[in-house]
Design a protein around this ligand. Structure first.
Ligand SMILES: N[C@@H](CCC(=O)N[C@@H](CS)C(=O)NCC(=O)O)C(=O)O
Length: 308
């Protein structure tokens, strides 16, 4: 079964995943999805999860970049994303980068696009990323502090890169940790006029960004959303079933569960019968006329999981 990434070019989180595909030396198929809902060819696969990116392997659907990277490692690409056993450190760094750096970078990019980006895009992203009562005025007033916090975060990344023996966080060998920092620089540089100047003093971060650009995004070919649905329909999920974790929160295979990204009401709640649970992944079974049976996989970190 081939790797199919559902994404769009401008998505920074998808870019992190594309860089991971490059580090992994993967061959993959690319389905371009809309930047804002409706996403009619994606929803049947994800049971309603709307974020970007999503990885499909036959009838197994992996939501969230955190979960996608685990799926890539399990799939077995030419290169490991966690060379020398740096899985824990890389995932902790990626989590920090997403929750701290990405949150700040989104504020910077959107605040600077308030007058130029389409109103429906700003409204959609405002609901996903900002406080319930956000307004253009508060975003603008918060900007100096946001930029100071972003600078502090980039300074930590810079310290860590200076301490490394090579251009990558882990020396001369790239790992997922590098993509998890590199995409922030790519996003700020490409989508904010002030980005190149702001990033300039972080020389090692900039070197990392260009080293990742040199590695590229693996070998991809285009696929239509309709063909991706047909591939799911022709396949069956092959991922494991059962509960395989010491603390289960009382959840058993076959229980109905609701899953939603933590801390937002703007994301739809996904519901389904529990297929699989371990320490870092929760999976549900899902079935639609377009896809037949699919397994939809989510990470646990960063998600609310409620037994129904
Ligand atoms: N925790 C998620 C975050 C994904 C995310 O927020 N992606 C953005 C695009 S960069 C998004 O979904 N935007 C709304 C959309 O594409 O509909 C992940 O790591 O995949």
């Amino acid at each position: 079964m081939s790797l199919i990434l559902h994404h769009y070019p401008q998505s920074p989180v998808a870019h992190k995943t594309r860089m991971a595909l490059g580090i992994a030396g993967a061959t993959w198929q690319s389905v371009e999805i809309p930047r804002i809902p409706p996403k009619p060819l994606l929803m049947p696969l994800t049971a309603g999860y709307r974020r970007t990116p999503v990885l499909q392997i036959g009838a197994d659907i992996y939501c969230d970049s955190q979960n996608i990277v685990r799926a890539l490692e399990e799939y077995g690409c030419p290169n490991s994303l966690f060379p020398d056993g740096v899985t824990g450190r890389s995932m902790m760094m990626a989590s920090w980068a997403e929750n701290t750096l990405f949150d700040l970078a989104v504020r910077v990019v959107i605040t600077n696009a308030l007058d130029s980006a389409p109103a429906d895009f700003i409204a959609d992203r405002g609901a996903l990323y900002f406080e319930k009562d956000w307004s253009p005025e508060t975003l603008r007033a918060d900007m100096p502090g946001v930029l100071l916090r972003l600078q502090a975060g980039l300074a930590w990344a810079e310290f860590q890169l200076v301490a490394s023996d090579g251009v990558f966080l882990n020396g001369d060998t790239p790992s997922y940790a590098d993509a998890s920092i590199g995409y922030i620089a790519w996003f700020l540089r490409g989508r904010w006029q002030g980005g190149p100047g702001f990033l300039g003093p972080f020389e090692q971060v900039c070197k990392l960004e260009s080293a990742l650009a040199d590695i590229g995004e693996g070998n991809s070919s285009d696929l239509s959303g309709e063909d991706a649905l047909a591939i799911a329909k022709a396949a069956n999920p092959v991922s494991p079933t059962g509960v395989s974790v010491p603390f289960t929160a009382g959840i058993k295979e076959g229980h109905m569960v609701a899953i939603q990204p933590h801390g937002t009401n703007a994301d739809p709640q996904v519901t389904g019968s529990l297929r699989y649970l371990d320490a870092t992944r929760v999976s549900i079974d899902h079935d639609t006329p377009e896809t037949g049976p699919v397994a939809v996989h989510f990470p646990i970190a960063g998600y609310d999981i409620r037994p129904l």
